[in-house]
Design a protein around this ligand. Sequence first.
Ligand code: FAD
Length: 421
Amino acid sequence: MRVSRPSFPDELAALVREGTGPHGLLAGGLRRSYGDSCINGGGALIEMTGLDRFIRFDRTTGLLEAEAGVSLAAILKLAIPAGFFLPVTPGTKFVTLGGAIANDVHGKNHHRAGTFGRWIRSLSLLRSDGSEHTVADDDATGLFAATIGGLGLTGIITRAALQLVPLASSNMAVETIPFGNLGEFFKLSAESDASHDYTVSWIDCLAKGDKFGRGIFTRARHAGDGELRIKPPGGPSVPLDAPGFLLNRFSIAAFNEAYFRLAGRARQATVSYDPFFYPLDAIGGWNRLYGTRGFYQYQSVVPPTVAADATAEMLQTIADAGQGSFLAVLKTFGDTASPGLLSFPRQGTTLALDFANRGGPTLWLLDRLDAIVREAGGRLYPAKDGRLPPAMFRAGYPALDHFTTHLDPGMSSTFWRRMTP
Ligand SMILES: Cc1cc2nc3c(=O)[nH]c(=O)nc-3n(C[C@H](O)[C@H](O)[C@H](O)COP(=O)(O)OP(=O)(O)OC[C@H]3O[C@@H](n4cnc5c(N)ncnc54)[C@H](O)[C@@H]3O)c2cc1C
């Protein structure tokens, strides 16, 4: 893969003019996507992180215009002292504006705010033929809808206008509540989605018997008043790849037991926004905990009517296979429609998991989970995928044919070639 990193718009235009080659071009951000949607094996990748300038910021309305390579971390540095916050944020701030748009990312407030793309007022695209297009959120051509969640395949997003939301304090009022089973999770979720901006749960996916479906529910709001302070950078990091045995089923079961006991009673606390939204950002190189064989992320969403049964079946399948996940996250998505033709979020329940790569047995388990998600009428998140079967992608994304009418023929990715063999 030929990687270039332009720093100025004319360098970007020149790279596009150079032509695309058989595997085309792809724009990339901070490569925080877990799978192959952010790589273009055998082709060209234009890393947009050098095109990271702020263009305009209205401190009264919170409308921010910036180049697409700007990171959410940089936006927070500008926005928080000015009394604004990201309307939607994923679980890491080390993603670019362009990457957040191209995956139409979601956060813990999906039930209130919908996806990131809902807050984009306009964006500019550079297509591989050199043409430039600026499209607004009321665009009737379909190019805006195809680009939100469009996996970088409609062209290079060069800049965008993002609506920020007002913020009174950089602190969060957070409550954690243990639950004993999935029924309790769904009840807590329904109650809390009505009263809190942010909701999310950790679930013990190795628990069996009377512990099956237990977890810790977290709900939070921005504090009503207080300081507006940026979290200073830094924190521990993982210096080496951990040996694979650290992550066997017994260590995960022991971690889950300890975590459940530690957080095993309801608590309320006031914490800074940073550890609340971005716990993994504090541990540099956390992915190295999985050793050199790495891991698979797996994130599904299933419709509300079948969510309880499908989630139980997935958890049972994982527990039976004995391949647990440290970071098992369960959340209900609200009914706000996503603006993108290929946006992942839809109303229902989403389960995000990571599995240490043990080769065949792990792939076998993921195939079993696929069958449950397909049967439930759900879909998987391309940003977290490295193995999704093309037929399941087509079944999960009914607007795919419409999307392909907006495809830029010069753009491609390893993921896209895998999905469209
Ligand atoms: C710890 C962690 C937690 C996460 N939590 C969440 C979460 O809660 N919710 C969620 O939705 N996601 C989550 N993610 C995934 C992450 O938010 C997305 O994958 C995000 O899109 C990555 O952005 P990036 O800048 O790294 O882009 P990359 O990963 O480099 O690229 C992502 C996609 O964007 C395209 N792209 C990038 N820049 C441009 C551009 N300028 N023009 C056109 N296309 C472009 C790429 O081609 C690719 O298709 C998490 C990831 C990590 C590592």
